[in-house]
Design a protein around this ligand. Structure first.
Ligand code: HEM
Length: 529
């Protein structure tokens, strides 16, 4: 009897370990293609070989147009049952925040922005911090970064900004001169550049960085009242950033240190945690502030708008298949649940089109049916068909014949609005226009951030900026020094001195700092006037 059991177990194990084709056929030879004689040529009936090779030929999907380099993990979000000292329902009816100790599964993807899929993770770049909450009311995505603000405030500028930050289209070499050409004409970027060229532009690992939703959203409560809200993640592991020298030392040995760090920490049970905080404002324009609350180049001052803890996130599970769970993950700013809404923030509005648009291209029309993107809440929809559709009878609502709505005889119906007072934004009549906002205040907070840094951070900032600006066109140097001076006189003066010193150093070395493609003897690619 015991012998029989042993035999069965070993048969089962052998079966579990036997390689099959995707058709479920056991593969008896995975080393040799079928040929006429043992020296070839090969046969058309090589079904297993052709399937294996043609699938391999299609293994890659297009990389993300931005944030291509990333890694991810799974875990949960747990509520504190309060927003500061108030019950969450005072501000939002979103179920994900209600009650104490309530857990919602999450998927997180961390990333760098400008480089392609395999760039070193030590690059100076903002870091993406995207969280998908699989809530009982459907998915909520919070797609943010580690620096709390952004370079620009109008979505129209995003494609140009990314073109300038990515590699030169002719040489395919990244070039800071192109970046600063754009930035020097975009004064609103001064604040973000101040963060980016300080050590904050190179977090030590993903576990040791903050996250932030950056854009302003709305919370809606049970009465249909709206509040402006900003989200922030604070790492319980503490914040750690790298000096340029430290980053170079890591980069010389390892291009994937941040991915490795996260994966290994979770493998050894050292689960990283972040607390989620919100900042709240009454809905409205807030003319008393010297900045626009919808401007994503601005921080909301903490003394006026305190960070209120709402819960914590724990990452305790690594992906088992990176491509399936992380590469194919699709986050977007349009993915909100009841109790949340968009603000009029022009960047947020522009982003909300872009994410799902690119994902339909990058992964396909049915990207939301993949398990990593599908909600854990029930889906019932007449959205069907398209490539790779896997719509189930349950999703069809039990009547496979009625795939339209409304219907007298069956099929799916709209949800009731009765228990959900609607939030009705009011707009005063305004002319349609393409215009910047009024309260730009491009330099005030850049100066405050500069002054708030510790001296070693300021030194790094000046040295990093001087290194890249020393090789820029003189007009770009001048414009950047002006921006920094308007932020803080000491800041501008030190950058100018830094550029001069670095240029002397380069001259002494006889360094050739022509732009790629620029002919010898031509001073500037940008022309003379
Ligand atoms: C990824 C567009 C601004 C954070 C992406 C992707 C696009 C995009 C097309 C690739 C999505 C994919 O392939 O799945 C835009 C546009 C913006 C904008 C048009 C401005 C108008 C921002 C801002 C932030 C941000 C302000 C930070 C708050 C991210 C993150 C990802 C991402 C974290 C990576 C998501 C992931 O891990 O899959 N963005 N973005 N983006 N963006 Fe933006």
């Amino acid at each position: 009897m015991a012998e029989d059991k042993k035999m069965n177990a070993s048969n089962e194990q052998a079966e579990r370990e036997t390689i099959t084709t995707r058709q479920g056929h056991p593969v008896t030879d995975n080393q040799n293609i079928k040929t006429l004689g043992n020296r070839g040529p090969a046969m058309m009936e090589n079904y297993h070989f052709i399937e294996k090779m043609s699938h391999f030929d299609r293994e890659e999907v297009p990389e993300r147009v931005v944030h291509a380099r990333g890694t991810g993990a799974l875990g949960y979000f747990e509520t504190y049952g309060k927003v500061g000292n108030e019950p969450p329902e005072k501000y939002t009816r979103a179920k994900v925040f209600q009650g104490k100790g309530k857990k919602t599964p999450v998927l997180v993807r961390f990333s760098t922005v400008a480089g392609s899929k395999d760039v070193p993770e030590t690059d100076r770049d903002p870091r993406g911090f995207a969280v998908k909450f699989y809530t009982e009311d459907g998915n909520w995505d919070l797609v943010g970064n580690n620096l709390k603000i952004f370079f620009i405030r109008d979505a129209m500028k995003f494609p140009d900004m990314i073109h300038a930050f990515k590699a030169d289209p002719a040489s395919n070499v990244p070039d800071p001169r192109r970046m600063f050409d754009f930035v020097s004409r975009s004064p609103e970027a001064t604040h973000m550049i101040t963060f980016l060229f300080s050590p904050w532009g190179r977090p030590a690992t993903y576990r040791h960085m903050q996250g932030s939703g950056v854009n302003t959203y709305k919370w809606i409560n049970d009465k249909g009242e709206a509040f402006l809200v900003k989200y922030h993640w604070e790492p319980k592991q503490g914040i750690r950033n790298l000096t340029t020298k430290e980053a170079q030392e890591i980069q010389a040995k390892n291009h994937s240190h941040a991915t490795q760090d996260l994966y290994e920490a979770i493998e050894r049970g050292d689960y990283p945690e972040w607390e989620l905080y919100v900042q709240l404002m009454e809905d409205g324009d807030h003319p008393e502030l010297d900045f626009d609350p919808l401007d994503d180049t601005k921080l909301w001052p903490e003394d006026k708008f305190p960070w209120l803890p709402v819960g914590k996130m724990v990452l305790n599970e690594n992906p088992t298949d990176f491509h399936t769970q992380i590469e194919q993950a699709a986050f977007g700013t349009g993915v909100l649940v009841d109790g949340m809404d968009f603000s009029d923030d022009k960047m947020l509005q522009g982003r909300t089109f872009s994410y799902s648009d690119t994902q339909r291209y990058r992964i396909g029309a049915n990207y939301l049916q993949l398990p990593t993107n599908a909600p854990k809440a029930k889906v019932r929809t007449n959205q069907a068909r398209g490539m790779m559709s896997m719509r189930t009878p349950e999703e069809a609502g039990g009547n496979p014949h009625i795939n339209y709505e409304p219907s007298m005889v069956g099929g799916l119906r709209e949800a009731s609005k009765e228990d959900r007072p609607q939030y009705r934004p009011h707009y005063d009549a305004a002319d349609v226009m393409s215009q910047p906002i009024d309260r730009t205040n491009n330099y005030g907070q850049a100066g405050e951030t500069y002054r708030a840094f510790e001296e070693w951070e300021r030194e790094e900032l000046i040295s990093n900026l001087s290194d890249v600006l020393a090789i820029c066109d003189p007009r770009i140097q001048e414009a950047m020094v002006q921006h920094f001076t308007k932020a803080d006189e000491d800041y501008g003066r030190r950058v100018k001195e830094g550029i001069d010193a670095k240029m002397k150093e380069l001259e002494a070395q006889g360094a050739d700092e022509r732009l790629p493609g620029q002919e010898a003897g031509v001073k500037s690619k940008y022309g003379e006037g």
